[in-house]
Design a protein around this ligand. Structure first.
Ligand code: MG
Length: 460
């Protein structure tokens, strides 16, 4: 089954509303997922948790997902509008067979998607996704009239999630409350508006906020990268806040603004959160191959290893489980705290950053200034028809002094820099990402690695 413009990956299916992503497509995948989850759970009745972010198309797709799940005999627990990590936690809470999040995460306003959550609360891994897609592409087994699923609302998912964050053992909730931090907040009119102000209030913060409406009418590009956070930078400055927090529409990514009103770069969120966790917990940090080495600097300070997994949240999460890592995540502002759950969680990140500010008794800009600064350059080009093995071997020959990692494309690492050449899993492109002490050095690494790729593309 192929739909023009529909993007199917391990963790979900996404597309543009008005284009490839129709109620029919959503119904097909939701029913297929439900049927797979039921089989996977050993047959019989299965519970599936459903929730959505605030997108304008969410209320259209939501009842479609509920009906599709009922049609395959799944009992639905409907958490309504909620952050993706809240939906993942609800799957665990209810011992459900799986979960569906209706969210296109940080994608622009015209996108939506279904994200598939396994019984563990983690996103599907590649073998689970392959088995689920086989059900979608085959004859989906439907329930008879007397076997249809039920729908039960769950209005307590957000409160439970907030209580879990406040119960993190090394979070000094009383200390944070006494400090009375002033936080500037931008939820981009996503699901964060229904969560972040409540959490911050319970942490005794004074909140100055923009974009708390949960109507999905994003006033800017919703990805929490520095160039999209100018209004929050201004708000921090004008309100004299101690820190600024920006979350993406489904609240699994957190970006920070310093008290000077500068977006410090989303790579710092995980690195600074790790600083707090590693003081209190044993074990390494796990991240993906494209994350900044600022994380290495902070982990090495506490004599810890950084282990790198292929790009993709589920790859990081499963590796964290295998390595007994207390903390991990992605350089895009995705913080995963194992003892809460193995999913990126912006509320957890925000609580850990407030704990850091409390412990350090100095400003965020002073903390950041105490570490080396790096420049990351992200480039992409069309994916050549030929296999990339010859490119990888020529690059290995060209850089004999580099440490080589071939888990996901090719990553070459030196003590103060790295470059990652990686075919995208969702688009017909190759990404080339480099980080070095200066922008010129990062650009030079990208240019050197692009050359053999460009030569292949020219041959196509
Ligand atoms: Mg997201």
């Amino acid at each position: 089954m192929a739909y023009e413009g529909l993007m199917v990956s391990v963790s979900g299916v996404r597309g543009r509303v008005g284009g490839a992503l129709t109620p029919e497509v959503i119904a097909k995948y939701a029913a297929g997922f439900g049927a797979w989850a039921k089989q996977h759970a050993g047959g019989g009745k299965a519970k599936i948790v459903v929730g959505r972010d605030s997108r304008v198309s969410g209320p259209m797709f939501h009842p479609v997902v509920l009906s599709a799940l009922q049609s395959v005999g799944c009992d639905v627990i409907d958490v309504g509008m909620a952050p993706t990590p809240t939906i993942q936690l609800a799957v665990e809470h209810h011992h459900a067979a799986g979960g569906l999040a209706i969210t296109a995460s940080h994608n622009p306003i015209e996108w939506n998607a279904l994200k598939f959550i396994a019984a563990s609360g983690l996103f599907l891994d590649s073998s689970e996704a392959a088995a689920m897609r086989a059900v979608v592409d085959g004859e989906i087994p439907r329930a008879s009239w007397d076997e249809l699923g039920t729908i039960e609302p769950d209005t307590g998912a957000i409160e439970r999630h907030i209580a879990l964050v406040l119960a993190i053992p090394f979070l000094d909730v009383d200390g944070i409350r006494r400090r009375g931090f002033h936080v500037a907040l931008d939820c981009v009119r996503g699901a964060g508006g229904a969560f972040m102000p409540q959490l911050l209030k319970q942490l005794g913060c004074r909140v100055s906020a923009i974009n708390l409406e949960t109507d999905g009418r994003f006033p800017r590009s919703p990805e929490p990268i520095a160039e999209n956070l100018r209004d929050l930078e201004t708000l921090v400055k004008e309100s004299h806040a101690d820190v600024g927090f920006a979350v993406d529409p489904d609240v699994d990514r957190l970006a920070l603004i310093s008290e000077e009103g500068h977006a410090i770069g989303e790579d710092y969120t995980l690195a600074l959160a790790a600083k707090v966790v590693l003081k209190n917990r044993e074990g390494p940090v796990v991240t993906n191959l494209s994350t900044s080495r600022i994380l290495d600097d902070i982990a090495h300070q506490q004599q810890r290893k950084v282990i790198r997994a292929p790009v993709g949240e589920v790859n990081v999460a499963t590796r964290m489980r295998a390595e007994n890592a207390p903390i991990g995540g992605e350089g895009n502002g995705g913080v995963i705290l194992t003892e809460l759950h193995l999913g990126r969680d912006a509320p957890v990140g925000a609580a850990l950053i407030l704990q850091l500010l409390l412990e350090e008794s100095r400003s965020l800009s002073a903390i950041v200034a105490s570490y080396p600064r790096y420049s990351i350059v992200k480039d992409k080009l069309p994916r050549p028809a030929a296999a990339l093995d010859t490119v990888y071997s020529s690059l290995k020959t060209a850089f004999p002094d580099a440490e080589v990692d071939t888990q996901d494309g090719l990553r070459l690492t030196w003590p103060d820099r790295w470059v990652h050449v990686r075919p995208s899993g969702t688009e017909p492109i190759v990404r080339v990402i480099a980080e070095a002490p200066s922008i010129d050095e990062a650009n030079e690494l990208v240019a050197k690695c692009r050359a053999p790729l460009d030569a292949l593309v020219t041959k196509d």
